[in-house]
Ligand binder design. Structure first.
Ligand SMILES: [Zn+2]
Length: 152
């Protein structure tokens, strides 16, 4: 199916030149634009020109090329803004045309704190489960038994 036959897509419009964007890279199959709602300076989106919802629906060649472009632009971001690293993730939920987020990341910025919290959440069930461990329960009990309540 040709891109023209599809439901309106903001990225297809940009690729077709019908909508404007801050383009930082473009070749035959891939474009990279600045996100219009940036988390930080240098936040870009790498977008395959073919309308594909999810990144894993790309062909092998498209996947290699899109990620190669992502690396090229990430190195430009590193030179321009000297972040700790360039964060990468792929979505297609809000705009159903796959796009790779490239976000310069500094320790303790908003995104760094968000993902740190997410990682803690991911690990917490295990940490909480360990609290139920018999040795942990006995240790807690012994600690509390030693507590002197006489001054309360
Ligand atoms: Zn599209």
């Amino acid at each position: 199916m040709d891109n023209e036959d599809r439901v309106p897509c903001v990225f297809c419009d940009i690729i077709a030149g019908k909508s404007q964007a801050y383009t930082v890279y473009e070749d035959e199959t891939t474009i990279c634009i600045l996100d219009i709602h940036p988390y930080t300076k240098g936040h870009c989106l790498v977008i395959p020109k073919r309308h594909v919802t999810w990144w894993h629906e790309l062909t092998s060649e498209e996947t290699e090329h899109v990620f190669s472009v992502a690396r090229t632009v990430a190195n430009r971001i590193m030179k321009a803004y000297s972040p700790d690293f360039v964060f990468l993730y792929a979505r297609g939920r809000r705009i159903p045309h796959t796009h790779i987020f490239l976000i310069p990341t500094h320790k303790d910025d908003v995104l760094d704190r968000f993902f740190h919290a997410l990682e803690k959440f991911q690990e917490s069930p295990q940490e909480i489960a360990q609290l139920k461990d018999r040795d942990q329960m006995l240790e807690t009990m012994r600690l509390l038994l030693k507590t002197d309540y006489s001054k309360d």
